[in-house]
Design a protein around this ligand. Structure first.
Ligand code: NAG
Ligand code: NAG
Ligand code: NAG
Ligand code: NAG
Ligand code: NAG
Length: 943
């Protein structure tokens, strides 16, 4: 946003410049009395033949008629009202096409003939080819803009000699140009007599010879240099750019992949007022000479790799700075005192490693409007910042602040954004805190220990757009102040202890709603079916509440709809009423929905995730689900579905998770699952009535991590090609989570979780699902050998083959029983006995009922030992199945910390950190449980 601001200012500047030019040359764009010069008119008409009107509505070329008397009405052409010469050509935007391409010869003649031209603007046109040297004959040119918008092809300039002939030129803008052959560009610029503003964007440069530059006794006119988004700037060019003109006022080198130290040569540019080195990889600290710049007002070093104590770095800065951005670097140490910088208007040191307490770091800054200290490690209580009376944005998110929220914050009457989320503040917010915040629009206080004490008839002084109060204690009543003067587009009051009936007025939601999260409360009531038409399709999360009644149609007009864990009932037919649905994430699991799944998915072109599990649905899997080709996760577990898996699902080739478990599905396991659904990570068909063989096509699966076909009537042998299951066969790291990419919602990804039932115990795997490697074929009618190949699935953590018919564990002959603490009997004989109806018998003493928990049963844990293991639990459990467990806690940790570190370094995902920490608790529990697993019999399998 700030970038755009600068840009805007820059354009304003250009407009002024042009106004000056226009005044001095007496340009008349539509002066009827002027007669045009015939030769120029003919040249323009010739020129027109090579052009295509990109945007017909502008009628630019149409206005270039051949009638002589109408030449003054030609759009984009300006004449000198005394001489009649063409002095201005403004052919933006997107009017001409490729003029520097093939037909250049005629164009060069044309341009060469307009020798009075002072203004030539060809910007925003898809120019390609060589920049013509003939431009050099336009000696009166003041303004030349060749910035194209062509990312595919670039302009080429093999020599900038022509530029030195433009002796009146003040402004030059060029973009997407390959200058690799024009190695003389710094000299041309440095010795140019008039050039004042130079703008290179997305250009390519070769290494230049620094010794070829003249020294600084010559006066140089260049005052503004923007050289940005170049991917090929040679490291030696950076110091050279800091030597190019003594009169530089503005130097913008952002996004250039510069990775050196910042050269200590700012003494060469004493006039500098603005420096922007944002988004490079600059290292080290801030050089001393920067502090000598006594006109420097704006310094932007955001998003680099600068390091060292910040206290030290700021000693090298001049006290007259007004804007200072040092965010997203590696500065450390305590938060320095900025008292010396009394002119500061904007200060941003977010995303560094600053620690320590607040002291009086900011004095009485009366001019400061932006203070951003996000994502550091600042501890202790928050200062009374009410002296910073002009503050508009105060952002302290993601620190370790504790103590109270100073009530004087309510005096900041200019405050627009207040963000103290993700700290440890504990306080009761009352009206005084918000008293004078009349301009507040963004209130972000999530993840603290804050609660509210506001009277029920309190009228907020503000009109909020953006409200984030997750995990604040707002309840038990629904906040009535939301009714008054609030036209939010983002509301998050999840985890906020509300246990109330939702008021009807609430559903009269603002039409500009983009995000609504009421999840994890105990909000009850119905959602009325209001005829709401949102401006943009919002994200709606009402999950884990007590809502009941039918799901109203308007809710389905969202990109993400999570209504899981409620008591919604009634049919799903509303899903069919949308024409082209923007829905990409649909979670209606754990409700009381009934009826069939409607067969209307043909209109849902963006759906990535569908979860309808645990409802009272019935009927068959609708064929039209197969038309949702974007589908990555389909979960229909425990929904009383019958019939076969429709063939149409073979079009859902993006599927990564398919869970149809605990239904009444019949038929065979379709072979196309193996052939077509190549991206499957989880295939769970547990507890259905599937029969037939395990199709050998399943061996094609390269990514499969969870294969659960247990509790069916599957017969035949395990395909011997199972060793081909790539992921299972290899150790190696993998992501802990399985992420799903929901296209429609800003490219946001979702993690999925899975209920794994292992030895009768349910365990929800969320953030670590991706680490699980499990094959469960138990309780089927499989027969024949367990091939040696299955033992080569080294990555496998758990394998359950129990309760099938007769196994011949031929590979056990390679078991090495030495060197292990064996106790109890080796259950080889009994282990190999057949299990048939016992799978379903409720004989709890023998622990055979797979649906009931057996004493001592554990979920597949990731044991803290190395190697493939077969675990049997105890003597009494000789009937227990054979467990192959090859979990590796080390691998687990690597995976887990891999994700964790990724979060720390990835700016985009940092905000998900807290969610992760919530799950971390689960993970620790899991690990602890794991430690307690008693491994009474341990057989190490040798390769
Ligand atoms: C040219 O036109 C401009 C604006 O229309 C006017 O201000 C200026 O006086 C004119 N110059 C002459 C020489 O007529
Ligand atoms: C620029 O041009 C040179 C040859 O003049 C060529 O080798 C190089 O690949 C071009 N660079 C780009 C980015 O097109
Ligand atoms: C609120 O602002 C008004 C006017 O700016 C001021 O007079 C008043 O003292 C302020 N009140 C508080 C509690 O800060
Ligand atoms: C093994 O998997 C590959 C793909 O990873 C597949 O091309 C091949 O056919 C599979 N082999 C068998 C025997 O299924
Ligand atoms: C289960 O197997 C036992 C012997 O192993 C047999 O006596 C019994 O009839 C079988 N039950 C069923 C339902 O097949």
């Amino acid at each position: 946003m700030r970038g755009r601001g600068l840009h805007f200012r820059f354009h304003l500047w250009l407009a002024l410049l042009f106004a000056l030019i226009a005044a001095s040359f007496g340009i008349s764009v539509k002066n009827q009395s002027v007669r045009c010069i015939a030769a120029e008119r003919r040249a323009l008409l010739d020129f027109k033949k090579g052009l295509i009107d990109y945007d017909n509505s502008l009628n630019l070329l149409v206005s270039w008629t051949s009638k002589e008397e109408e030449c003054c009405k030609w759009k984009g052409v300006g004449y000198d009202n005394t001489t009649g010469h063409v002095v201005m050509l403004d052919l933006r935007p997107r009017i001409i096409y490729g003029i520097f391409g093939g037909s250049w010869t005629s164009i060069s003649d044309f341009i060469g003939s307009l020798y009075d031209l002072t203004y030539l603007n060809l910007s925003s046109n898809p120019l390609t080819g060589f920049i013509p040297h003939q431009l050099g004959s336009l000696s009166r040119l003041v303004y030349l803009d060749l910035s194209t918008d062509n990312f595919d092809q670039s302009l080429i300039s093999d020599n900038l000699e022509w530029l030195s002939h433009l002796s009146s030129l003040k402004l030059l803008k060029i973009s997407h140009t390959n200058f690799t052959k024009a190695t003389n560009w710094p000299q041309v610029i440095q010795s140019h007599p008039s050039l004042s503003v130079l703008h290179f964007e997305y250009c390519d440069f070769a290494e230049v010879d620094p010794s070829s530059l003249v020294h600084f006794n010559s006066s140089n006119s260049l005052s503004v240099l923007h050289l940005i988004w170049s991917s090929s700037l040679h490291p030696s060019t950076f110091p050279l750019l800091l030597n190019i003109s003594r009169n530089l006022v503005e130097l913008d080198l952002h996004h250039n992949q510069l990775s050196s130290l910042i050269p200590d040569s700012f003494d060469n540019m004493p006039a500098l007022e603005k420096i922007n080195f944002e988004d490079n990889s600059l290292k080290g600290g801030i050089p001393k000479s920067l502090g000598n710049l006594c006109h420097l007002k704006e310094l932007n070093l955001r998003d680099n790799k600068l390091s060292g104590p910040l206290t030290f770095a700021v000693t090298n800065l001049s006290g007259i700075l007004e804007i200072l951005f040092l965010d997203e670097n590696n500065f450390n140490g305590s938060l320095p005192s900025f008292v010396r910088f009394s002119s500061l208007r904007e200060l941003n040191v977010a995303y560094n490693r600053l620690s320590g307490h607040f002291e009086d770091n900011f004095g009485n800054f009366s001019k400061i409007t932006v203070l951003d200290l996000d994502e550091n490690r600042i501890t202790g209580p928050l200062l009374d910042l009410s002296k910073l009376s002009s503050l508009k944005k105060l952002s302290l998110r993601g620190n370790q602040l504790d103590g109270l929220l100073p009530v004087n914050i309510g005096k900041l009457s200019h405050l627009v954004l207040l963000d103290v989320s993700n700290n440890s503040l504990h306080d009761v917010i009352f009206e005084g805190h918000l008293f004078n915040l009349t301009k507040l629009r963004y209130l972000l206080i999530s993840f603290n220990a804050l609660s509210f004490n506001l009277s029920s008839n309190w009228t907020p002084p503000f009109q909020l757009d953006f409200i984030k109060m997750s995990s604040c204690k707002i309840g038990p009543q629904f906040p009535s102040w939301l009714r008054k003067k609030t036209n939010f587009f983002h509301l998050d009051i999840s985890y906020s202890n509300i246990s109330d009936n939702i008021p009807y007025w609430f559903w009269n939601l603002p039409l500009r709603l983009m995000f609504l999260d009421l999840s994890f409360n105990q909000i009850s009531g119905r959602v009325p079916n209001l005829p709401l038409k949102f401006d943009r399709i919002p994200l709606i999360d009402l999950s884990s509440n007590l809502f009941h009644g039918p799901i109203p149609q308007f809710l389905s007009k969202s990109t993400t709809l999570d209504l899981s864990n409620n008591m919604f009932n009634g049919p799903l037919s509303y899903l069919c009423t949308n024409k082209d649905s923007g829905l990409s994430y649909l979670d209606l699991s754990n409700n009381l929905l009934s009826g069939g799944i409607p067969d209307c998915w043909i209109k849902s072109r963006r759906l990535t995730i569908i979860n309808l599990e645990n409802n009272n649905l019935s009927g068959v899997i609708p064929t039209s689900l197969g038309s949702v080709e974007t589908l990555q996760s389909l979960r229909l577990r425990n929904t009383s579905l019958h019939g076969e898996i429709p063939q149409s699902l073979n079009s859902c080739t993006q599927l990564r998770l398919l869970d149809l478990g605990e239904n009444k599905l019949t038929g065979i396991i379709p072979p196309w699952i193996g052939e077509r659904l190549e991206n499957l990570i989880v295939l769970r068909l547990r507890s259905n009535n599937f029969h037939g063989n395990i199709p050998s096509t399943l061996c094609h699966q390269q990514f499969l991590k969870v294969l659960d076909l247990s509790l069916n009537n599957i017969s035949g042998a395990i395909p011997s090609c199972f060793n081909n299951l790539t992921t299972m066969a290899h150790l190696g790291s993998s992501a802990a989570t399985i992420e799903f990419y929901a296209t429609a919602f800003f490219g946001r990804t979702f993690d999925d979780n899975l209920l794994v039932i292992w030895k009768g115990v349910e365990q929800e795997y969320g953030k670590i699902l991706g680490l699980l490697r499990l094959i469960d074929l138990s309780c089927n009618k499989l027969s024949g050998e367990i091939s040696r190949e299955i033992a080569s699935l080294h990555g496998l953590i758990a394998l359950n083959l129990s309760r099938n018919i007769m196994f011949d564990l031929s590979f056990l002959s390679v078991l090495d029983l030495s060197n292990d603490n064996l106790s109890g009997k080796i259950p080889l004989d009994t282990q190999l006995q057949s299990f048939n109806a016992t799978c379903f018998a409720g004989n709890s003493r023998l622990c055979r009922d797979p649906l009931n928990k057996c004493p001592g049963d554990e979920s597949p844990k990731l044991p803290n030992n190395r190697g493939t293991e077969i675990i049997a639990e105890s003597d009494e459990e000789l009937f227990e199945p054979l467990w192959f467990v090859t979990g590796m806690i080390a691998r687990f940790l690597v995976g887990f910390w891999g994700v964790f570190c990724f979060l720390l370094i990835s700016r985009f995902w940092r905000h998900k950190y807290f969610q992760l920490v919530n799950k971390l608790g689960d993970w620790i529990k899991l690990t602890m449980a794991l430690e307690t697993v008693k491994l009474q019999l341990r057989l190490r399998l040798k390769d």
